[in-house]
Write a protein that binds this ligand. Structure first.
Ligand SMILES: Cc1cc2nc3c(=O)[nH]c(=O)nc-3n(C[C@H](O)[C@H](O)[C@H](O)COP(=O)(O)OP(=O)(O)OC[C@H]3O[C@@H](n4cnc5c(N)ncnc54)[C@H](O)[C@@H]3O)c2cc1C
Length: 552
């Protein structure tokens, strides 16, 4: 719940207060100041003295002639009779001396929030991170995008803050029953410098520029609670004694010494790009199964085209940039959907490993870039696609092969790209994936092709890039998108988008323990139990609560 209350002078003691919620609408242009909102509440409630809290705020653009903000506000006033202000549920672990130390592998949302909770509960916690601090990470990304070498330690997937640090910082989540975890996450994010509005916006987002400072502050909060964060240390094996995990071995990267740490409980929160870590866990017998995931491309359009389609105008004063979310059910039964939309953002080279080529999207808080991008992916059931059973390691191989294939096609990190309009036409060559290489056209600069991608594009027949059922579903799905969002066909597709959800899932018991282990946990997106910043952070928190509960 938002804590954006203004207490009027002279407001009486809380015992005499009543509480009521009001639904309000106001034209976007009118939402300029606190006073305007206050007078609207006054008119609606007929109250003289009150304080209010914004509970929800969303944009209603269903009628283009009257686009308005819809708000729900909670009002406290001595003039109201009855009603009780709801108390947000909060996670407050009892702080006391705990047993053996916990090691958390990975400083993405799952690792950071698990660590924060465990520290507040009194545990000794060490975080291992294969990449650098967010400062070093940003420098490595900037160097790569200005023609420097690719770093497998610091990129859009790896390094402090995890995969979501250089992102749009969207904080929406469809995960159910995580109110307490959500409040913990949002309280910490606001304390670390995220805007207060994330508490009540229906589609909250922080933006990459703000997330940078937020990540630094979250590290400071962890250290202030007594936690240790060790950068350039990559967990690469379990220490097992008498059949029990007693610690973790790590590789020192970029000049750091390797070693091992004892752990009473060990939590892997490595995100879903950490394939070599999952291969190590698989070799050690940790049980993972194949799960449904998704694959496809990233669509990019001029932001004004999206604004026109959604709002009927290129700019809407008081609103940053229009969003969209599109879905289509295809005749083959495969679902196609847009995902991780970044209004006013850029498409980024998001490879985690050298020799692979994938894209993703990010944007700043202002969302004021010239382009809009979003993943457009097809649900992927690998055993069904391949017509046989698939082992977890094979599922990782399958994704990696596609990522290599895009790298080879582009001969590097330029993005294979194709106009949506062209992609939707039936392929003359047939699109059965046979590893034969996509037909390549000319190299294009991003400007020539109307794209934000920083490393240049390679005009490529993307219809040759993925198995025929996936391409067919995408073509059908895109035709539906065009029907729903006018002008959508005038965008560009860039590939590959392979990271919308993990292809494997760790088997765990109801207490979140890895099946067959007494002290090993795998949390977050790489564990296959979450997707996105908030649900991964919430999964980390759930595992942390399970650890506290198990220790009694
Ligand atoms: C460019 C981009 C944009 C995105 N935009 C959004 C968005 O706007 N909203 C949203 O909800 N989601 C977004 N996502 C997805 C989101 O970032 C992830 O779902 C989320 O970060 C997963 O959290 P996690 O903690 O499970 O793992 P991650 O965030 O992936 O963190 C894992 C961490 O573990 C470290 N690590 C890996 N292996 C090891 C090892 N062996 N030893 C030590 N450390 C290791 C990594 O360096 C990393 O820091 C985006 C992702 C990308 C790549």
């Amino acid at each position: 719940m938002a804590l954006k209350a203004i207490l009027l002078p002279g407001a009486k003691g809380r015992s005499a207060m009543g509480y009521k919620e009001y639904e309000l609408t106001m034209p976007v242009q009118a939402y300029e100041s606190e006073e305007k909102l206050r007078s609207l509440i006054q008119r609606k409630s007929k109250l003289g003295s009150f304080s209010y809290t914004i509970l929800k705020k969303s944009l209603d653009a269903r009628r283009k002639s009257r686009i308005e903000w819809r708000l729900r506000v909670g009002v406290v006033s001595p003039e109201l009779k009855g009603g009780e202000e709801p108390r947000p549920v909060r996670l407050n672990p009892e702080r006391r001396r705990r047993g053996a130390p916990v090691v958390v592998v990975g400083t993405g949302p799952a690792g950071i929030f698990a660590a924060l909770y465990l520290l507040r509960a009194g545990y000794e916690v060490t975080l291992l991170e294969r990449g650098d601090s967010v400062e070093g990470r940003r420098a490595a990304i900037q160097s790569f995008e200005s023609g420097g070498a690719f770093s497998s330690l610091n990129n859009y997937s790896f390094g402090e803050g995890g995969a979501g640090t250089f992102s749009d910082g969207k904080l929406s989540s469809r995960t159910k029953n995580i109110s307490a975890e959500r409040n913990f996450i949002f309280d910490a994010l606001v304390e670390a410098g995220a805007p207060e509005e994330i508490r009540y916006m229906t589609h909250p987002h922080v933006g990459s520029d703000v997330l940078f400072g937020v990540t630094q502050q979250l590290r400071a909060m962890i250290e202030a609670e007594g936690g240790r964060v060790l950068f350039r240390r990559q967990a690469n094996d379990l220490v097992i004694k008498a059949g029990r995990v007693t610690g973790v071995k790590f590789l020192g990267r970029d000049g750091m010494a390797g070693g091992a740490l004892d752990a009473g409980r060990l939590l892997f929160a490595c995100g879903h790009s950490a394939h070599e870590t999952y291969r190590m866990l698989l070799r050690r017998g940790v049980p993972f199964r194949v799960k449904n995931s998704a694959i496809g491309f990233r669509a990019e359009h001029p932001q004004e085209l999206i604004n026109e389609a959604q709002w009927g105008q290129a700019h809407l004063p008081g609103v940053k940039a229009a969003e969209y979310r599109l879905t289509a059910q295809t005749s083959s039964g495969l679902g196609v959907y847009s995902f991780c939309m970044c209004p006013g953002g850029v498409v980024v080279p998001a490879a985690a490993y050298a020799g692979t080529n994938i894209v993703n999207g990010m944007s700043n808080y202002a969302r004021d870039g010239r382009f809009a991008n979003a993943a457009v992916v097809v649900g992927l059931n690998l055993p069904e696609l391949l017509g046989r059973e698939v082992e977890a390691a094979e599922a990782l191989d399958w994704v990696t092969e596609r990522e290599h294939f895009f790298y080879q096609t582009a001969a590097g990190y330029r993005a294979p790209a194709m106009p949506i309009r062209e992609f939707m036409k039936p392929s003359s060559a047939g699109s059965a994936f046979a590893g034969k290489g996509m037909q390549q056209g000319s190299e294009r600069s991003a400007a020539e092709y109307q794209s934000s991608y920083p490393l240049g594009l390679v005009e490529t027949d993307l219809r040759e890039s993925l198995p025929a059922p996936i391409i067919g579903a995408l073509q059908e799905g895109l035709a539906e998108f065009v029907r729903k969002l006018g002008g959508y066909e005038n965008g560009l597709l860039l590939g590959l988008e392979s990271k919308s959800s993990a292809p494997i899932q760790v088997e765990r018991d109801p207490a979140h323990l890895t099946a067959g282990y007494s002290n090993l946990y795998v949390a977050g997106e790489g564990g296959g139990w979450s997707g996105g910043i908030v649900s991964s952070a919430a999964d980390g928190l759930r595992v942390a609560q399970a650890i506290v509960a198990a220790d009694g």
